[in-house]
Design a protein around this ligand. Structure first.
Ligand code: UN1
Length: 571
């Protein structure tokens, strides 16, 4: 695939500032940009980016505006321009035109109309559509995975893993389409019966975050569809290409099966688009993933119109390593959950609680890996598309700044950085393109009352402190506003029981001898407290995507009243 030339002079100037700041030959990493040249008078998209984009039928001319709204029949968009930037290189991957308020309203209307046809279709047929969506995803699992890596910045196997997670939940939803059920309950009255019936809601609005630009949509789309709803998706403004690629891939499945493709409408955009969706009475359920701050606003706005909300907000997840833990196992669990996805999962481990008796040994083993420069035993930071890399870049510069200010705050308040390396990695001395968002993963020991313990910083920073008893560790685990994920490493069956029970972890995910991140789709995913109480994907999550009705049915010729009430009048 040859690199694409951009012809407009202003775009050339724009991009030369964005992509190649100083001396071209010295600053561009050969690995990252794969040998692409920029000739004078034209600007080129890197070969590797072009390859990935074109394999998914996305435009490779970054001067061209890509329509970011799909209303089921056409692609359009005349709202805000969203720039998709590669977090590893700073390269502009595409310019997407988001929706206006009017275009969002029109897409909601199209999705609403589609929902009437979805709900009439028998559930197993809807399940068959989801099965075909699975096949479409499988046909592009590597390409889509690479796009996630390119646009979000997570490493190759995690990018692919996201698509696999979408595929897995398709399987789950297809099965669900033949097994989700209501209830038949005994009535206290003769010749009466009570039913509890699930029926579709209508349109489900899905607002997803940059860190899981594909899988979280998958959780919602599949469950919403099999339960008989249409969907409208607003992705994060910084990952529009992943959402356009997914929508293009699945759109033909609807058309082939006689359903309007507006059953999976897409509106890329900014705050206006989000507010329009969240405020719309035609979108009875909003499923929102994002920060606690925005989630609080979304929750209030949805409540204000008596809609339903599934909120998937911040996590501040702890791992407890008890005195009887298998330390090797715990080490592996902590490493993946703390530095995987560069600490940008809602489920990433942020707090490490170590029993005082094993703390010194565990920390020395952990720090040895964080500090290692040995090629076979290091947490390799670098190009996310290189299969050996373990830590990719942060998603954007704002995240790097937040990482820096968090560390500066901890040290200024008397905390300590335990790792040899910390801070931003400059391109020059790291051998990567200096527009990438690179940081060192850090282990820190903040003061015990430092405010950082109660906040989620989306970066690879792990806070450590010791405890003496499991009760104390559980209390620390539960002492934060958030309640998403938690793990206990132990071999003591009594500790396990305690951890899982009423005096145990107050989180939505309560693991034993498994890290805090990387949940499978089978269980309901979500958290308690300021994480928002929502549940998505497996378990009983589907029950939130329907309206429930209790139906008392009388098949006798009398009308007795419940609770023995006597109302002496004949009709
Ligand atoms: C998220 O970070 O928003 O459990 C979702 C996990 C993934 C999903 C994370 N399966 O880490």
């Amino acid at each position: 695939m040859s690199p694409i030339a951009i012809t407009s002079a202003s775009a050339i100037e724009d991009q030369s500032q964005e992509m190649f700041p100083k001396s071209l030959s010295s600053t561009i990493s050969k690995t990252l940009l794969n040998g692409t040249r920029a000739g004078s008078g034209s600007r080129l998209l890197s070969t590797r980016a072009s390859k990935i984009l074109s394999s998914l039928n996305l435009p490779t001319d970054t001067n061209q505006s890509i329509p970011g709204v799909f209303d089921g029949t056409k692609w359009l968009g005349s709202g805000e321009e969203l720039v998709s930037k590669c977090p590893a290189t700073g390269e502009i991957l595409g310019r997407v035109r988001g929706g206006t308020v009017a275009e969002t309203q029109a897409a909601i209307k199209a999705s609403f109309e589609a929902s009437k046809l979805v709900r009439q279709m028998p559930a197993p047929k809807r399940g068959e559509i989801v099965r075909q969506i699975r096949e479409a995803l499988l046909s592009k699992v590597d390409e889509l995975g690479d796009l996630v890596s390119l646009e979000m910045g997570k490493i190759k196997s995690e990018g692919r893993g996201e698509v696999v997670e979408f595929i897995d939940v398709c399987d789950y939803a297809t099965g669900l389409s033949r097994s989700m059920k209501g209830n038949v309950l005994p009535s206290e009255r003769p010749e009466h019966v009570i039913y509890e019936n699930p029926n579709p809601l209508g349109v489900v609005g899905i607002l997803s975050a940059f860190n899981f630009p594909v899988a979280v949509y998958g959780w919602n789309l599949t469950i919403a569809l099999v339960t008989g709803n249409a969907t409208i998706w607003k992705p994060a403004p910084s990952t529009p290409l992943s959402s356009i690629a997914v929508t293009k891939l699945i759109q033909p499945v609807f058309e082939k099966n006689g359903l309007p493709a507006a059953a999976a409408a897409l509106v890329c955009g900014g705050v206006d688009v989000g507010k329009t969706l969240v405020g719309s009475a035609d979108v009875p359920l909003i499923s929102f993933t994002g920060s606690e701050k925005v989630g609080k606003e979304v929750g209030k706005a949805v409540q204000d119109r008596f809609g339903k909300a599934i909120l998937e907000l911040g996590g501040n997840n702890a791992v407890i390593v008890d005195e009887d833990a298998d330390l090797g196992l715990a080490l592996q669990g902590v490493l993946f959950a703390a530095v995987g996805t560069a600490g940008q999962r809602c489920t990433s481990t942020r707090r490490l609680l170590l029993h005082r008796s094993i703390s010194a040994e565990f920390l020395s083993r952990l720090l040895k890996i964080y500090d290692s420069t040995h090629p076979t035993n290091q947490l390799l930071v670098g190009d996310p598309l290189n299969p050996s890399t373990l830590i990719g870049p942060l998603h954007n510069q704002a995240a790097v700044e937040k990482y820096e200010s968090t560390l500066a705050g901890i040290t200024s308040r008397g905390g300590e950085i335990l790792t040899l390396r910390s801070g931003r990695i400059e391109g020059g001395d790291f051998g990567v393109e200096d527009k990438g968002n690179w940081v060192w993963p850090v282990v820190a020991r903040p003061q015990k009352d430092d405010p950082c313990w109660k906040e989620e910083t989306f970066a690879p920073i792990l806070y450590v402190q010791e405890f003496d008893t499991l009760e104390e560790a559980i209390e620390i685990n539960n002492s934060v506003p958030q309640g998403l994920s938690s793990s206990l490493f132990t071999s003591n069956v009594q500790s396990m029981g305690k951890w899982l029970g009423p005096d145990g972890s107050d989180c939505g995910i309560v693991n034993i001898n498994v890290g805090t991140s990387g949940a499978e789709i089978g269980a309901g995913f979500g958290g308690n407290k300021s994480t928002g109480w929502g549940r998505e994907s497996g378990g009983d999550a589907w029950k939130q995507y329907v309206r429930w009705s209790a139906a008392t049915v009388n098949y006798s010729s009398k009308l007795p009243l419940a609770q023995g009430v006597n109302f002496g009048i004949q009709g």
